[in-house]
Ligand binder design. Structure first.
Ligand code: SF4
Length: 444
């Protein structure tokens, strides 16, 4: 039997796609082994979001070649899409496939094994209009499933290379999204996370269809208890979306809305298409329809030209908006983007200092948000035994509003909806007491 090993760099979309690629090989009888084992085929799904992403991708490729010089080495993903020539120049790389046409990946491997000639299957992604249909019927995590609903992005923020690696926005056909959602529910999943490169842009390229309509249809899928949107831009929260959020029984009380900067001049230089005022208004509208919603965000610190005053404007804005959590990233120069050539790059030590300040703010806001739920009963789907002490009898999972909760239970509650009273809040975990197990059907 032919063995195959995978390594994924970068984001959740890449992880999803690696699973999808594995499904294609599995159907052809390939057996999956760990990446640190000797395999006949290695697939490296690369990342290019930062210059470090490229470097790490090259390191992993070399590691696979070293492990088995006779193996077929396949490189795919964003770095492969952006720099196919550089990838093929690494001695030992046999096949390079970009972010499209991966339904043919098994064919390429089999062709290579017959002919032993390198294959470059990277095409101009900017011309691609079709969504690459790749199904993932199950995941190693048995409680939450990702469902990719769109690809690409039309925004071209000045710090981001992603549109060049992923192409322009294209949405998966609604019937295919719904079909996969039903399959996932039938496989036992109670929660589906809608993912994509610019997830909230779903539907912008479809006629008479929108993200709001998709959410309404997903809300009707029988047995689907939770729908989480991995990320949505403030500008994509339309009145129709607000209406759906208000009436839905399954869309969770958690929205991830990237802010990136809390100062209007910085936002403008980033080419983000909103002002702080517009962003604030959206958050207020959301809180009107979903009062206890957890709003999480991404922030880039030390964007070129960010002054101390602009940073402090941002700090105060984030404090005022009371995010439930912030993912804070220091700005990292990505060659090929307009921001990399901007003057007034912020020194590393200044970025570091600002990052620390925002992490502290995020921790404080996180505790403040969690404290609101002290002694309340929340619905939690336990996923795994408590990692810090697997023998403690504790299980951990997320509440619908994204609190990470640990509580005493038994293996048979994994994947079921549990009512848990929150007794103690913390930065890593909130601790609680199991009150009731709602669902009797176990996830198989
Ligand atoms: S919205 Fe901006 S940051 Fe997000 S993928 Fe598109 S270009 Fe990149």
């Amino acid at each position: 039997m032919t063995t195959i090993a995978f390594h994924t760099l970068g984001c959740k979309v890449n992880q999803y796609e690696t699973e999808a690629i594995y499904q294609l090989f599995r159907k052809h009888g390939y057996e999956r082994v760990d990446f640190d084992k000797k395999a006949d085929v290695y697939v490296i799904n690369t990342c290019t979001v930062t210059n470090t992403g490229d470097k790490k991708s090259r390191q992993v490729i070399r590691r696979a070649i070293k492990r088995n010089p006779d193996a077929v080495i396949v490189v795919t993903g964003c770095y492969a899409q952006i720099a196919p020539g550089d990838v093929l120049d690494i001695p030992g790389v046999d096949i390079v496939v970009g972010n499209q046409g991966r339904e043919k990946i098994v064919e390429y491997v089999e062709e290579y094994r017959r002919k032993r000639e390198p294959i470059n299957a990277v095409y101009n992604i900017m011309k691609t209009k079709e969504f690459e249909e790749l199904d993932v019927p199950s995941f190693s995590d048995r409680t939450r499933a990702s469902l990719k609903i769109q690809e690409g992005c039309n925004n071209f923020c000045t710090f981001c290379i992603i549109p060049w690696a992923r192409g322009l926005l294209r949405s998966r056909k609604p019937e295919n999204v719904l079909k996969q959602a039903r399959q996932l529910v039938a496989a036992g999943y109670k929660e589906i996370v809608l993912t994509g490169i610019h997830t909230g842009g779903y539907g912008e390229d479809l006629e008479d269809y929108s993200l709001a309509k998709l959410l309404k249809e997903l809300d009707q899928v029988e047995g689907l208890k939770r729908i989480r949107i991995s990320s949505i831009e403030a500008s994509q929260i339309t009145d129709e979306i607000l209406e759906v959020l208000k009436n839905s029984t399954s869309i969770v009380r958690h929205l991830h809305i990237p802010l990136q900067a809390g100062d209007d001049e910085v936002l403008q230089r980033m080419k983000r298409n909103y002002t702080t005022e517009e962003y604030r208004n959206k958050i207020m509208e959301i809180r009107k329809v979903l009062p206890d919603v957890a709003i999480t965000t991404d922030v880039i610190v030390g964007f070129p030209g960010e002054t101390e005053e602009q940073f402090l404007n941002g700090y105060r804005f984030m404090e005022e908006l009371e995010f439930a959590e912030m993912h804070v990233f220091p700005y990292s120069k990505r060659s090929g983007t307009p921001a990399a050539k901007m003057p007034d790059q912020v020194p590393e030590e200044v970025k570091h200092e600002r990052v620390q300040k925002l992490i502290e703010l995020s921790n404080w806001l996180k505790m403040k948000y969690a404290n609101k739920f002290l002694r309340q009963i929340l619905e939690v789907i336990p996923e795994t035994p408590y990692k810090e002490d697997p023998n403690s009898g504790l299980y951990t999972g997320y509440s619908d509003n994204y609190l990470h909760v640990a509580f005493k239970g038994t293996q048979d509650i994994v994947g079921k909806i549990c009512k848990v009273r929150i007794d103690r809040v913390g930065l890593e975990y909130c601790h609680g007491t199991l009150v009731q197990v709602e669902e009797e059907t176990a996830v198989s």
